[in-house]
Design a protein around this ligand. Sequence first.
Ligand code: KG4
Ligand code: ZN
Length: 363
Amino acid sequence: MTATGRSMAGFLPRTNDFKEYKMEKDIKILAIESSCDETAASVVLNGREVLSNVIYSQIDLHTEYGGVVPEIASRKHIEKVAQVVDKALKDASSTWDDIDAIAVTYGPGLVGALLVGVSFAKAMAFAKNKPLIGVNHIEGHICANYIENKDLEPEFICLVVSGGHSHLVAVEDYGKIKILGRTQDDAAGEAFDKVARAIGLGYPGGPKVDKVSKEGNPDAIVFPRAKLSSGEYDFSFSGLKSAVLNYLNQAKMQGGTINVPDVAASFQKAVVDVLVDHSIEAVHNYGLKKFAIAGGVASNSSLREAFEKRCNEEGIEFFYPSPIFCTDNAAMIGVAGYYEYINGVRSGYDLNAVPALKLGERA
Ligand code: KG4
Ligand code: ZN
């Protein structure tokens, strides 16, 4: 079988009705996530109920280097993956016998980090004779919305903003995603991390900018909002990042002091304004009244408030995951894996890590 061989035998027909997106029996997916600096495992029941969600975060290890060191991440994943999976089974009061399939992130992400999860999942699939399902990490982020929003079903527009990716997509069906826009340079989370470093907040930057911004004036400094001639829904954050760096350099040269909360809040507002405007425009243009956010940056309090307000004003239903399901976790991979399972997607033992896996792509 090829990496994602398909067979539909034994599955109920696909419809747009979530209630029929269910097998005749309960399905438990064991999911593994190791694409960056979190070693995570989870057991998910019928694609919507998280029975366990174990996350070993390596953040403390990488903080002293100011960012994720791929070699350290891979080594730590090797050390932790078996423990994390054991705990996920235990927390879910499950054994391997209860598991119907193993889902694993195979891209995008750091190749060495991904390889640990993929190799472990393949070994367990072979040893325990379970179906294996390779999951796209970004699709996992989108699927995090199904966990707490039990009535959310496609179609909807989703903004996925994380440390490595920024996409605006139309979720047309389970496992069927159309990209409307993407960042042309830095991802939103990357911009948060770089600006945080420049203003001395350290790593990881997003949550720190979020926190310190609460004490700042978001209108203190007017940073640019990128207008792009190509790609109606595309974003660009590198100009904004440069504008912040220029502002800091100029202030330094003039011997002035820098008001960190004001810089953070003004930068954050510039990011939020662009993300909100593009997303709401897409929701209207596509005639869909449902909108969701996903990815690490989706836990940003100012972004959530701004979307809440605009969606309220414009009669759009707004969905978002709890912060723990926004940042990297395996529960979201279990949800995405469930819908792949229902759709008949199966991976072979030749499943490989695909560090640059594109959204919507099945390698
Ligand atoms: O989804 P995620 O955990 O990993 C990737 O797939 O990249 O996202 C991590 C990113 C980091 O850049 C981090 O700074 C950012 O999400 N982030 C935030 C917040 N929490 C995490 N950015 C802004 N505000 C936050 N509260
Ligand atoms: Zn992620």
